[in-house]
Every structure is written in C-alpha cells, then in structure tokens.
Design a protein. Structure first.
Lengths: 144, 133
C-alpha cells in the first residue's frame, strides 16, 4: 500500500473514539511509577497524604486508551513516539477514580530524515470522580 | 515575596544528570504498562537499523520534569501545560536535562527544556508552563 493510500485509510478513522476506561488509583501503583521515574519528592510516596501521582503518570492511561486507537502497525517497519502536548488540571491522588476517553484526531505524512514519515495523533481526556478535568493529552506517533 | 515571584526570564535550571539503564526500562515498562517492543527487543531494534533499544519518550520527559521540580518544587509551582517533541531516539546511558526560563508573567512561568545524550545530542525538547501551586 502506498503512503497516500495508507493515509487515506487512516484519515477515515478521524473522530473514532475509545473508552471510557475507568481505573481506581491505587497508592502502590503511584509509588511504583514514582520509583520507576526516579522521583525523590516525598509527595509521590507518602501514603498518609495520597500519594499524589508524579507529573507524567497520565501517560499510563495511553496503553489502554491511545495504543488501541493509533494504528501501531500500519504496514511500515518501525514506529516511534514523536510528540506529546498536555494540559493538566486536578492532580491524581490515590483513591481517585479516573475515566479516560480517547479520540483519533489526525493522520498526515511529512518528509523526514528517514524518508516519508506517517504521523498519527490521538487525544486522551481524563476526568476524576467529581468529573473535574485532570488532563487532556495529545499523543503522536510516527511510522516509517 | 515567594520564590515563584523571584524567578526571572533567562534563569537557567540546574542541570540534572542521570543514567538510564536497561533495568530502568524494564521497571518503567511495568510501572507504566508500556510493553512496546522498541523498548526491550534488542535484536529487533538492531535488525531495524538502530544501535540499541529506545528509552520510552515519557521516561525521558519524566526526568525533564524532575529537573524542573528540583529547581521549583511542587509546593511552589504546578505544571499546567507542556508540549514535548522527541527529536531523535534516546538510548540507554547518561542523560542530561536542563532548561531556561523564556517568559515570565505575574502568574505563570514558561520554560524551555531539553534532554541530551552522552554525545551532547539534544534528543528531546519541551516547553512547559508553570503556575503558582
């Protein structure tokens, strides 16, 4: 399939959605994530006051909400993560119930160092149990 | 006057230096539920023309956030927005993260951030908006 034909197929997916995916946030998961990202600040480990999620914990919802939406194997040999754009609202704290929804927002091609590169973008929105905005994240991947 | 108020345009963030090992990638994969093979399948990456497995983009950015929070703590400022661009693959090994204040308003600070590998290649760039905590 040519890049043009592939792009045409993917662009038909714009507006497609996934979710909501609902997750109750466990203290242990936040602590494991904080440790895995090298955090040292006590707020990310303190079970008496949360703990609070480290800033990039929002990324953990991508595996469920975004990876299913972006076509990771569009017929090109390699894909890599290319961009993230995020707006953050309420923090995530242990005990929260987070609802994630995602939408396929764009597909386009661009010439790059590795030839024709195919970009796909999905937007993920997270809200908590009070329906307060937690994060909106646009995740892009490039295939080549 | 709080520390947030005293930050000025042009101020550089202290450099954060770390070393990302393959063990770190395994730990991160478990913590983030991110098992994409580009981060663990060494033979696949070599066959694909890469010198090594690639560090998760979000893990590189997490260290960039650490550089920010080591400079201006979560008690002093909250991350309100960011945009990150992964310019080139980051491979396991030494990583340096730094940045500079590029804009200062009454209630917000914008910083340009970067991460560079052992060869000095800036593999990741970001812009972040911080507001009062």
């Amino acid at each position: 399939m040519t890049h043009e034909a592939l792009l045409e197929t993917l662009r038909l997916r714009i507006g497609e959605t996934r979710g909501p995916f609902v997750r109750t946030i466990e203290a242990g998961a936040l602590i494991r994530f904080a440790a895995a990202t090298g955090q040292t600040h006590p707020r990310y480990f303190d079970r008496n006051h949360g703990p609070v999620a480290a800033p990039t914990y929002i990324s953990t919802f991508c595996a469920e909400a975004v990876a299913e939406l972006i076509t990771l194997d569009p017929g090109l040999p390699m894909f890599l993560h290319s961009d993230d754009v995020a707006e953050l609202g309420d923090p995530i704290i242990a005990g929260d119930e987070i609802r994630a929804t995602a939408r396929y927002v764009d597909a386009f091609v661009r010439e790059g160092r590795r030839g024709t590169m195919l970009f796909q973008t999905a937007e993920m929105r997270l809200v908590n149990q009070r329906n307060a905005h937690v994060a909106t994240v646009r995740v892009s991947a490039v295939s080549f | 006057m709080t520390r947030f108020d005293r930050i000025e345009t042009g101020e550089a963030l202290p450099l954060l230096q770390t070393d990302i090992t393959r063990e770190d990638l395994v730990r991160y994969a478990g913590g983030a539920d991110d098992y994409v093979r580009q981060h663990w399948d060494h033979p696949f990456m070599i066959e694909s023309g890469f010198p090594d497995v690639v560090v998760h983009g979000w893990l590189t950015f997490a260290h960039m956030c650490r550089a920010v929070e080591a400079w201006l703590t979560p008690e002093e400022a909250r991350i309100a927005q960011f945009s990150v661009r992964y310019l080139a693959p980051t491979y396991p090994g030494p990583l340096s993260c730094g940045g500079e204040v590029v804009s200062r308003q009454c209630d917000s600070i914008i910083v340009d951030l970067w991460a560079s590998d052992v060869h000095g290649n800036r593999t990741t760039r970001a812009e972040m908006t911080l507001v009062r905590a």
